[in-house]
Design a protein around this ligand. Sequence first.
Ligand SMILES: *[C@@H]1O[C@H](CO)[C@@H](O)[C@H](O)[C@H]1NC(C)=O
Ligand SMILES: *[C@@H]1O[C@H](CO)[C@@H](O)[C@H](O)[C@H]1NC(C)=O
Ligand SMILES: *[C@@H]1O[C@H](CO)[C@@H](O)[C@H](O)[C@H]1NC(C)=O
Ligand SMILES: *[C@@H]1O[C@H](CO)[C@@H](O)[C@H](O)[C@H]1NC(C)=O
Length: 178
Amino acid sequence: MEGLRRGIGSGSTMVVVVLLAFVLLMVPEASATRWTVGGNKGWTTNVNYTIWAKDIHFYNGDWLFFVYDRNQQNILEVNKTDYEACNSDHPLHNWTTGAGRDVVPLNVTRRYYFLSGKGFCYSGMKMAVQVENLPPPPSAAPVKSKGSVPLTPVFRSQFVLPAIFAIGAVWDALLRFC
Ligand SMILES: *[C@@H]1O[C@H](CO)[C@@H](O)[C@H](O)[C@H]1NC(C)=O
Ligand SMILES: *[C@@H]1O[C@H](CO)[C@@H](O)[C@H](O)[C@H]1NC(C)=O
Ligand SMILES: *[C@@H]1O[C@H](CO)[C@@H](O)[C@H](O)[C@H]1NC(C)=O
Ligand SMILES: *[C@@H]1O[C@H](CO)[C@@H](O)[C@H](O)[C@H]1NC(C)=O
């Protein structure tokens, strides 16, 4: 860290600014995302959730946030067969709590199938999402797609901190060459 200290010591605020910029750029990649299903339309009829989910990368550790009319809809996780048939008779998991706002953790790398029971599945209230492994931090992380508004990102400090140290080490090396 000798080089870094020399840079700051000589009044080179540039180093600090660039460092901060790097850190700010890294944070969105290194965060879990809570996806509001359907964006500002929520979980309702007349939304094609296949299209909504098409360009989104869901990573292990993300959440789905369902906002819906609690008097009408519910959120059931089903298997592939029941998803295709709109069959809500034997859900794998009933995520409905009754508040009209439910969070589903996507904590396994697999395909998830959701539908709304009471017949709404037939009018399109169904969604399949593929959950991928989180890309290895801090490099080679693909930029998150912009298919939805990520609410409250939760920072994975275990990735952010090493990232900051890594950047510091790179700068240290660079400054040694100057
Ligand atoms: C889904 O569950 C139904 C009923 O339990 C079962 O008949 C069907 O084989 C299952 N399909 C898959 C792909 O597991
Ligand atoms: C799902 O759980 C909610 C809340 O406990 C309950 O009211 C509802 O009947 C359940 N739905 C199904 C299909 O099991
Ligand atoms: C995923 O989350 C569910 C619900 O909170 C929990 O029951 C389950 O044990 C978790 N699975 C893993 C692999 O962490
Ligand atoms: C949603 O859009 C996809 C792709 O255009 C289409 O294949 C699918 O049938 C649509 N789903 C519904 C429920 O309209």
